[in-house]
Design a protein around this ligand. Structure first.
Ligand code: SAH
Length: 348
């Protein structure tokens, strides 16, 4: 056990204020500390310069700040940056900075490993070791923002929860991290610049709707036929497409927001006419966009990127049905930073 002191970032603003009051100080000190932690992203009590020396010492005696550390940074030929991020208890996760002409996007992890077992994803091979805390997700964003300013001269503009892990299996911490990132007392980013990508956990999609979240939702669909989806994403047996569809209808009715489906086309798996028809039908449930993403091989050779012809057939069918479709090319492949490639490779 490295330290038995409590992590100060586990406390809410109210708890911080109460802590000061119970120590004979003003509640307003709690607000000052909160500002250092979540607005200025300070990792050191010594840096909280508007507190007296005694107050800083008192905080040090009672608390720690379990910040992450960027252990290793790799830069791709295309400008993509991958961070191997060390957590306070020694685990490692990865986050990615993806610069394009119009935006810089941070792709952050929400779990060490993953609770799901998608057959085509490298992270799934790691199993889930633990959930990340809100501050550990927040810190990934802060680290990438700094790197973006340093290397590209511009701050971060977008965040995608598409790194390691299934964000909806770590619901409370993920939502808490988004609250810290978006609130004016935190980093003050617009929730409209955040996308949460899920493999599709119906109960949790409904909860997002009930919680009236303001960020975007993306669902990794990959097949609209249960039999096939269960083969490649085995948890689909527990959460079949009918349930997923129902939860998305609920999402749209409650939030009025559309959804993006992420979809990879593979040879011999989902490249038949009936696969295309099933997707078009599924897309009719609520307003949506389809993002066809390039497959990034993960070594075992079981999956192969579908042909250009198959991808074009998908695109034509979707467009013919007035469904917006985009094609996403992978970034950062040379450093294993692309979708589905995050597996702490440089550590093993
Ligand atoms: N668990 C969440 C977020 C992490 S995966 C989810 O499933 O959405 C982020 C995206 O990468 C998902 O759309 C996922 O389907 C995709 N992905 C996984 N493995 C991939 C691979 N080998 N090549 C391309 N994309 C992959």
């Amino acid at each position: 056990m490295k330290n038995s002191k409590k992590d100060i970032r586990a406390l809410s603003k109210k708890e911080l204020q109460d802590f000061f009051v119970s120590h004979g100080d003003k509640s307003f000190r709690g607000s000052q500390v909160y500002d250092w932690l979540w607005n200025k992203a300070t990792y050191n009590f010594e840096d909280m310069t508007n507190l007296s020396k005694e107050t800083r010492q008192m905080l040090m005696d009672n608390f720690v700040i379990n910040n992450i550390e960027v252990d290793q940074m790799q830069r791709s030929k295309d400008g993509t940056i991958k961070n191997a991020v060390k957590l306070h208890d020694g685990f490692t996760v990865e986050s990615v900075l993806i610069p394009t002409m119009s935006r810089t996007t941070a792709c952050v992890s929400s779990q060490v490993g993953c609770s799901l077992d998608c057959k085509f994803c490298a992270t799934a091979k790691l199993k889930r070791l633990r959930n990340l805390n809100a501050d550990e997700i927040f810190d990934q964003v802060v680290a990438i923002d700094k790197e973006s300013k340093l290397y590209n001269g511009i701050p971060l503009s977008n965040i995608v929860y598409m790194g390691m892990g299934e964000p909806l299996m770590n619901y409370n911490n993920v939502l808490k991290s988004i609250e810290k990132i978006t609130s004016p007392e935190g980093l003050g980013m617009s929730p409209r610049r955040i996308t949460l990508s899920t493999s599709g956990v119906p109960k949790m999609i409904k909860k997002l709707a009930d919680d009236e979240v303001k960020f975007h939702l993306a669902v990794s669909l990959h097949s609209a036929i249960d039999e096939i989806r269960t083969q490649i994403m085995p948890f689909n047996a527990k959460f079949p497409l009918a349930d997923l569809r129902e939860s998305l209808v609920y999402w749209y009715e409650k939030t009025g927001k559309s959804v993006t489906y992420e979809y990879i086309v593979w040879n011999g798996i989902n490249d038949r006419e009936e696969d295309i028809r099933a997707l078009v039908e599924f897309c009719k449930a609520i307003p949506c966009k389809v993002n066809i993403i390039e497959y990034n091989p993960i070594d075992d050779g079981q999956f192969q990127q579908g042909t250009d012809v198959a991808v074009a057939k998908y695109m034509n069918a979707l467009e013919a049905n007035h469904i917006t479709v985009t094609l996403r090319h992978s970034r950062g492949k040379d450093i294993d930073a692309a979708c589905g490639q995050l597996a702490n490779k440089m550590k093993v």
